[in-house]
Write a protein that binds this ligand. Sequence first.
Ligand code: CTP
Length: 395
Amino acid sequence: MLQGKHILVGISGGIAAYKIPELIRLLKKAGAEVCVCTTRNALQFVTPLTLETLSNNRVYSDVFAPHNEHQTEHISLPDWADLMIIAPCTANVIGKMAAGIADDALNTTFLAMLKPVIVAPAMNDKMLQHPAVQRNLQTIREYPNVTVLDCDEGFLACGTQGKGRMQEPEDILQAADCLLEKKNMLGKRVLITAGPTQEKIDPVRYISNYSTGKMGYALARACMLRGAEVTLISGPSAEHFSGKTVRVTSAQEMLNAAVAEFVNADIAILCAAVADYRPEQTADKKIKRNGESMLLPLVPNADIAATLGKQKKSNQLLVGFALETDNEEQNAIEKMQRKNLDCIVLNSLQDKGAGFGCDTNKVTVFGADGRKTVLPLASKDEIASAIINLLAYPH
Ligand code: CTP
């Protein structure tokens, strides 16, 4: 696993800091050497004694402490580390990271760390939703060495239910492992389509579907964590991806972007829920109600998967998704063959916790070679990881 790796754990002052001794223990168990750096507030939640006992190293929390070994720990620690994990990362520390402020041991060290950094935010759900925090998160996601983990949903320390929980130590360990050890898609160029498309009727109306893009974005993150060069072509979605993202609206725009990118791709994963039809005509002005029934003539959109299937070369891998309500298996396999896909992922609408908008999914993967793999209900990130493993990039 992380044998011999140097991991610098940065802790800021949130209640989830109580979980970090467990993270340090897991990192040590995986063979890593661990040093700890904290804000002053973090030490209100965990004691230096606990952290030093588990990490076997002195905790760095005060830039001017007389017992510092070098006086310049904020430089020597990033030099020493292969990876920094900031967990929990509070709204305050995220804000300072976004602004480049270095007024304590943790933020100063972060600024000197140009090697990979994993950030595990944790805060109250309302704080997480605040535009300032969202903007700061977006800023740090764009730093080339930073991977921001999503917050989990669930019970929060303030007694409410919502999104804002720090990812569990096991998940943070897995992200560290992926980042440092599992770069098994290095040099691979991956194209992913995600989200719905919107087909314009008039300036205020469109035809679309319930897709949120969560599955496609999870796939993009999983491929990037493995070192792939990812291009995500996304229809309208509230999700975020820190890699290259081409935002489109209509099926036609998605087709154009996908065809342009596919020539350079080793793998294309077509996860988007593309509208099959668009209005024959779009009105420039809002269509007024005249009280009578109306017909809206629709014309078919191009099938992006089938188009790429025709252009596919022998060294390219094409993966599709299918959402069926009846005859699921048979329809999915028929779709894979008709569109010349190498593999198709069948989404289930029958199972609780699977399908549109959920953070979990349950899928069955069919290969053109006849293989069938049923993946149990899991988070979309885990499903993404499992799908990629099946594409012959074993975990
Ligand atoms: N797809 C696509 N372009 C389209 C329609 C679908 O690229 N215009 C892709 C989807 O991204 C998915 C696969 O084709 O990977 C199957 O999509 P789905 O909507 O299930 O299939 P359709 O071909 O539209 O068939 P139907 O709606 O009749 O089930």
